[in-house]
Write a protein that binds this ligand. Structure first.
Ligand SMILES: *[C@@H]1O[C@H](CO)[C@@H](O)[C@H](O)[C@H]1NC(C)=O
Ligand SMILES: *[C@@H]1O[C@H](CO)[C@@H](O)[C@H](O)[C@H]1NC(C)=O
Ligand SMILES: *[C@@H]1O[C@H](CO)[C@@H](O)[C@H](O)[C@H]1NC(C)=O
Ligand SMILES: *[C@@H]1O[C@H](CO)[C@@H](O)[C@H](O)[C@H]1NC(C)=O
Ligand SMILES: *[C@@H]1O[C@H](CO)[C@@H](O)[C@H](O)[C@H]1NC(C)=O
Ligand SMILES: *[C@@H]1O[C@H](CO)[C@@H](O)[C@H](O)[C@H]1NC(C)=O
Ligand SMILES: *[C@@H]1O[C@H](CO)[C@@H](O)[C@H](O)[C@H]1NC(C)=O
Ligand SMILES: *[C@@H]1O[C@H](CO)[C@@H](O)[C@H](O)[C@H]1NC(C)=O
Ligand SMILES: *[C@@H]1O[C@H](CO)[C@@H](O)[C@H](O)[C@H]1NC(C)=O
Ligand SMILES: *[C@@H]1O[C@H](CO)[C@@H](O)[C@H](O)[C@H]1NC(C)=O
Length: 668
């Protein structure tokens, strides 16, 4: 008894000993990391039982207002101090001076604009390499109070402040900067010399600002420059023979009219000019056009510099360019010579322009290009010269006005894998047709796996149209009244995995899908099918879409063929019969089958000689029994009536013969 009490007391003492520090120190300590985040703290917790040296002190998401040396005395060894999302408006000057190991200082989402109004410098940031001042409401020049003495600072974020001007002295005290993030400010002006002295600067993010013109880009050492979402009307590099290190240039979403003047000697890999106002790939327009633009105030030149430095419209050399995006501009034409230096180009996007003509010729063969997107233009004509586009895998031609093309144009692309031909007016050639036919050849392209032909007003799919092209995905949707015969798809039996015939107004379909052993997805939605007897034997289909057809019943053999592999079935918007579909209803009730449109899946039954629509999941035996009972009643009546009739007839006969007999008897 005594020993037990002793043990109990020991346990209680242990628990108390364990709990007391937890009350003093709400923070969690793991090795050298102290996590005090999200605790509604108004001051840095005192009496912390601290590890001998703290690596990370996380005080983010609290209510700290004033940072004083006394409070942070115990943390002089901290390397990473996270003060994100507090209400800091005062920092004791010199506070960080004694934190000789402090490398990462996160002061984002505080109220340091209030501190800056005191016009006091925070003092040296002797060892800080990464400083985050984003989201502090800082105006122009306010950053000076934080950056005046940061000799090792490499990464600086000023994202989401209210800076309007970068002056030439802004980064005076932080000469080691390599990454500067000025995203989402309201920068209108950058003084000459602001970045030039930062010899290690490699990444500069000026996206989402209000810069209207870059006329003398000269940051030779910069690797990444993001100027997306500004108001740029032009981008011009200084005239220089120096080698520029620039790899990524993002000029997306500006108002640029002419192709930028890029460094003559460049290593540019990535250039995004999408969503601008480019009218041509020349780097300036005709003289009178420029004068007009200048007069209207749209273009302004810096001092007396000529606006365009590109001499004689010489096309610029971009030998290392991998990615060029010109989508969403106003280009009417691109001379094929424009691409002559782009020997490395892998991805070219000119979608959503006004091109009427596009050609690739032997002088600029684009033989590294893997993806070409010229969708949504006004293209009627396309020509690919001999031995061009040898690496092309993906071609987007959708949304143009193509009706005829050189019939064999795709067969000459030795690596073509994916053809996006939707929203055009193509017709498909029968296989092995002569070249005079007004159609495109889609058979015998041994690399082709993905083919999109929706909304082409296709009249017919000739038999064997895709033979010799091992298609995995075939989209023939949105071609109303297309003539699809039993052998239209022949040749695809061993490859086809996804087929869409949606929205084709099909009333019947004469394809035996048992032959298509790899078919996993079959979309037959939005047609007028009254039955789907599409499997002579087994089916491999996992997802079947029968939505919006005219199906009344699904034949038992179809259900049997499907049920082994089917995982997803859409049946909504069909005039299904509740009582004529026992197999389908059983299938729908199986747990392993997913019916995403179950709420739209209804069926009809007859009650008091009226048609009634209910959800397929609400069908009960009685809905159909009532019919059975009526049938039973009628049968009973009929049987009774028949029986009665029979009885009457027999008895009449009997009477008759008796009478006869009687008569006979009388006779006899
Ligand atoms: C912060 O400092 C200011 C001025 O020094 C003072 O008025 C304020 O009370 C302090 N706030 C806290 C929470 O210590
Ligand atoms: C920094 O450290 C020195 C010497 O240890 C001390 O005299 C000074 O008061 C400290 N400064 C602050 C702001 O804590
Ligand atoms: C600086 O930023 C870059 C890119 O954002 C990152 O890769 C690098 O690790 C950062 N350096 C430091 C010291 O935080
Ligand atoms: C920056 O440096 C220049 C020259 O080195 C000097 O004139 C200027 O005062 C400095 N500005 C700041 C804010 O320290
Ligand atoms: C440039 O900045 C925008 C906006 O912040 C961003 O979406 C885009 O990815 C950046 N571009 C590059 C090349 O990093
Ligand atoms: C581009 O420059 C060339 C050569 O000067 C000229 O022939 C062509 O018309 C210009 N294109 C446009 C759209 O200004
Ligand atoms: C081309 O650009 C458009 C618009 O920016 C985009 O939607 C499309 O996905 C791009 N094409 C490719 C192949 O990336
Ligand atoms: C289309 O380009 C080809 C080849 O560059 C050229 O012969 C033809 O005239 C152009 N057609 C139009 C309408 O510009
Ligand atoms: C299409 O281009 C070919 C070859 O460049 C040319 O012969 C033909 O006239 C062009 N057709 C149209 C409609 O521009
Ligand atoms: C069936 O498809 C047609 C054609 O797209 C559409 O107009 C109609 O609303 C659809 N009906 C249902 C019930 O979804």
């Amino acid at each position: 008894m005594g020993t037990r009490l002793w043990i109990l007391m020991l346990v209680v003492n242990q628990v108390a000993a364990f709990r007391r520090p937890a009350e003093d120190l709400p923070c969690q300590v793991v090795h050298e990391d102290v996590d005090c985040s999200s605790l509604s703290l108004r001051r840095v917790p005192a009496h912390l039982q601290m590890p001998a040296s703290v690596h990370l002190l996380d005080l983010s998401q609290n209510l700290l207002q004033n940072l004083t040396a006394q409070e942070l005395l115990a943390f002089s060894s901290v390397r990473h101090l996270n003060l994100h999302a507090n209400k800091i408006q005062f920092i004791q000057p010199g506070l960080f001076q004694n934190m000789s190991r402090l490398e990462v200082l996160d002061l984002s989402d505080n109220s340091l604009d209030l501190y800056a109004t005191l016009k006091t410098y925070i003092g040296p940031l002797s060892s800080v390499r990464h400083l985050d001042l984003s989201g502090n409401g800082l105006f122009t020049d306010m950053s000076d109070y934080f950056l005046s003495d940061a000799p090792l600072l490499a990464n600086l974020s000023l994202d989401g402040n209210s800076i309007t001007k970068i002056s030439k002295d802004t980064f005076n005290g932080s000469q080691a900067l390599t990454n500067i993030d000025l995203h989402n400010n309201v920068i209108i002006e950058i003084e000459e010399g602001a970045f030039e002295s930062l010899t290690g600067l490699s990444e500069l993010d000026l996206s989402v600002n209000s810069i209207s013109c870059i006329t003398d880009f000269n940051l030779v050492q910069l690797k990444t420059l993001n100027l997306s979402k500004n108001s740029l009307t032009s981008f011009q590099t200084i005239d220089s023979d120096l080698q520029f290190e620039l790899l990524y240039l993002d000029l997306r979403e500006n108002k640029i009219l002419y192709f930028p003047v890029l460094p003559q000697r460049n290593k540019l890999m990535y250039l995004d000019l999408s969503r601008n106002l480019l009218r041509s790939v020349n780097c300036s327009g005709p003289l009178e056009e420029l004068e007009n633009l200048k007069a209207s105030g749209y273009l302004f030149t810096d001092h007396d510099k000529p606006l365009c430095l590109c001499v004689n419209q010489r096309h610029q050399d971009l030998p290392r360019l991998l990615y060029l995006d010109l989508s969403y501009n106003q280009l009417k034409a691109i001379p094929s010579s424009f691409f002559s230096s782009m020997v490395s180009l892998e991805s070219l996007n000119i979608s959503n322009n006004c091109l009427e003509n596009f050609s690739v010729d032997a002088e600029s063969p684009l033989n590294s290009l893997k993806t070409l997107d010229i969708s949504y233009n006004n293209l009627q004509n396309l020509s690919f010269g001999e031995n061009t586009l040898a690496a092309l895998e993906v071609l987007h031609l959708q949304g143009n006005a193509f009706s005829t093309l050189d019939a064999g144009i795709f067969s000459r692309l030795p690596n073509i894998r994916s053809l996006h031909l939707q929203e055009n007016l193509f017709s498909i050639c029968p296989p092995l047709q002569g070249p005079t036919y007004n159609c495109i050849q889609l058979s015998s392209i041994p690399t082709l796996s993905y083919l999109y032909l929706s909304e082409n007003s296709l009249m017919s799919i000739p038999s064997g149209a895709f033979r010799g092209s091992p298609l995995l995905i075939l989209d023939l949707s949105g071609n109303p009244d297309v003539d699809l015969g039993p052998s239209s798809l022949s040749g695809l039996e061993t490859s086809l995995a996804h087929l869409s015939l949606r929205g084709n107004q099909l009333q019947t379909l004469a394809v035996d899908f048992t032959l298509f052993r790899k078919l996993k997805t079959l979309d037959l939605s939005v047609n007028r099918l009254t039955g789907v007897s599409l499997w002579s034997g087994d089916s491999s289909v996992e997802s079947l879409n029968l939505q919006n057809n005219s199906l009344v019943t699904l034949a038992p053999d179809t259900v049997f063929a499907l049920q082994k592999t089917l995982k997803i079935l859409y049946v909504g918007s069909n005039p299904l019969s509740c009582c004529g579909n026992p197999y389908l209803l059983t299938l729908l009730q199986q747990d392993r089958l997913d019916v995403p449109d179950i709420t739209a899946a209804t069926c009809w039954y007859t009650r008091d000689s009226e048609s009634v629509e209910i959800s397929v999941s609400a069908v009960q035996q009685e809905h159909c029994e009532s019919v059975d009972r009526k049938v039973l009643w009628i049968s009973v009546i009929v049987v009774l009536a028949l029986g009665l009739t029979l009885v009457s007839v027999v008895s009449l006969k009997l009477c008759h013969s008796k009478t006869h007999g009687f008569k006979r008897g009388i006779k006899a």
